[in-house]
Design a protein. Structure first.
Length: 161
């Protein structure tokens, strides 16, 4: 007899007022008791495993994934849309400004891209106060018009009296 079976029979022996000989003989009543005992043990095990599996997401902490644009990409336009997903995040910020997140954790935000290196910082916080941070570097290739070309030229008009 295997050790686990023996322990199960011993447990049944403790729970009931039957003698060990009566437990060893598998009558219909003893078989039903053994099946019930194994069934309850299996259900308890499944509940514990499910609870552990569900709590692992909370143990991992917040996570931020940026889908578009990729880190280090070059932009030729003056704006860029940041798309991504924030998992297990209650508060999400982009360069200190709050970003709205839908039920699935998706977010989208449009930012201005200046010429040269632009560093965008996404910061997320979960319900337990744990923080995560993701930095995204974008190179702006757009040439902004110079200030003097935006001001219309002043023409002098003289009035003679």
């Amino acid at each position: 007899m295997c050790p686990k079976c023996f322990l199960a029979l011993l447990r049944l022996y403790e729970l009931s007022n039957l003698s060990l000989y009566e437990l060893m003989t598998l009558t219909r009543t003893n078989t039903l008791r053994l099946i019930r005992f194994i069934g309850i043990g299996l259900i308890v095990t499944l509940i514990v495993v499910y609870a552990i599996w569900r709590s692992l997401n909370y143990a991992r902490g917040p996570e931020i994934d940026v889908f578009d644009p990729s880190n280090g990409s070059s932009m030729s336009s003056s704006t860029v849309a940041i798309h991504g997903r924030a998992l297990r995040v209650n508060n999400l910020f982009l360069n200190g400004n709050a970003v709205s997140v839908d039920q699935q954790g998706n977010f989208s935000e449009t930012v201005i891209v200046f010429p040269g290196m632009n560093v965008l910082t996404l910061t997320g916080q979960d319900q337990f106060g744990r923080n995560t941070r993701k930095e995204l570097e974008i190179v702006g290739m757009v040439n902004l018009p110079m200030a003097h070309s935006l001001i219309p030229p002043v023409t002098s008009t003289s009035t003679q009296q």
